[in-house]
Design a binder for this molecule. Structure first.
Ligand SMILES: C[S@@+](CC[C@H](N)C(=O)[O-])C[C@H]1O[C@@H](n2cnc3c(N)ncnc32)[C@H](O)[C@@H]1O
Length: 255
């Protein structure tokens, strides 16, 4: 492809979420404001140090699945880090079209993409992966617990999950009588994404009603899904502001 043809193709299949470097000094223009794009780099840095720390030299035999992979930014990053094989899953074929294009242009092999709704996915049809990545998806879902169970079924060893979180709410609920109460295990905030959904935004979930967990709720739901060890990772120095303020977290969950 000539540079002009490449640029024409980039324009044809955009708009783009990430800025990817392609051959000939060409790059894809991210629709995300420049100051927010720093989020991608912080998450990549946190992902890479978590993978190195956990898998070490075994990384080159790890098979990974990236759920909600979008244009494949983290799937590509995992392959470049040395992960043996990556399967990227996304609900939107138009996002996967861009992912396939970048993988082809960057000549990255052992990277496959599959269109599927993770809320409906039958995990048994895919088998298990030593590593499951799920970034930026949980807070776009109507049924987070249903999806966490599916992520658990897909995960052979470790899940790295990134999500926004809401402020913790503590308290008790009456449970059958004013004398009988149960403590909250955190909260799921209900968020309306119907505006973005109706406009055809390519980052929303498959339905417009979504929930966002508090940190305690996230920990509780991950344990309930079957993960035995759940650790909130520390953001590095200079992290993107939301991760630095822990309004967005990356959690390592081990089976
Ligand atoms: C906010 S983007 C996050 C993309 C990427 N993982 C990241 O963190 O930069 C959410 C992605 O998840 C996909 N998605 C939303 N709901 C999904 C579902 N039910 N099943 C699979 N993918 C879904 C969207 O199409 C979109 O590509």
């Amino acid at each position: 492809m000539t540079t002009a043809e490449l640029q024409e193709k980039i324009a044809e299949i955009g708009p783009w979420f990430y800025s990817f470097a392609l051959p000939g000094g060409v790059s894809t223009p991210s629709k995300i404001p420049r100051e927010v794009q720093a989020i991608f780099e912080t998450r990549r840095e946190m992902m890479e140090s978590a993978l190195r720390a956990h898998f070490g030299e075994k990384l080159t035999s790890v098979r990974a699945v990236d759920v909600g992979c979008h244009e494949g930014y983290y799937a590509l990053a995992m392959r470049k880090l040395g992960v043996a094989e990556v399967l990227g899953i996304d609900y939107r074929e138009e996002n996967l079209r861009r992912a396939r294009f970048v993988a082809e242009q960057q000549n990255v092999s052992a990277l496959r993409f599959l269109q599927a709704d993770v809320e409906e996915l039958n995990p048994a049809s895919l088998g298990t992966f030593e590593l499951t990545l799920c970034f930026g998806l949980l807070y776009h879902l109507e049924n987070p617990m249903r999806v966490l169970r599916r992520l658990h079924a897909l995960t052979g060893e470790m899940l790295l999950l990134e999500t926004q979180v809401v402020a913790e709410v503590e308290g008790v609920a009456e449970w059958g009588s004013r004398e009988w109460t149960r403590p909250f295990q955190g909260v799921l905030a209900v968020i309306d994404e119907s505006g973005e959904y109706a406009q055809g935004n390519q980052e929303t979930g498959s339905t417009p009603v979504v929930t966002c967990p508090s940190p305690n709720a996230l920990r509780f739901l991950l344990h309930a899904a079957g993960f035995r060890e759940v650790t909130f990772l520390d953001p590095p120095a200079g992290a993107y502001e939301q991760l630095a303020r822990r309004q967005r977290v990356i959690v390592r969950a081990l089976r």
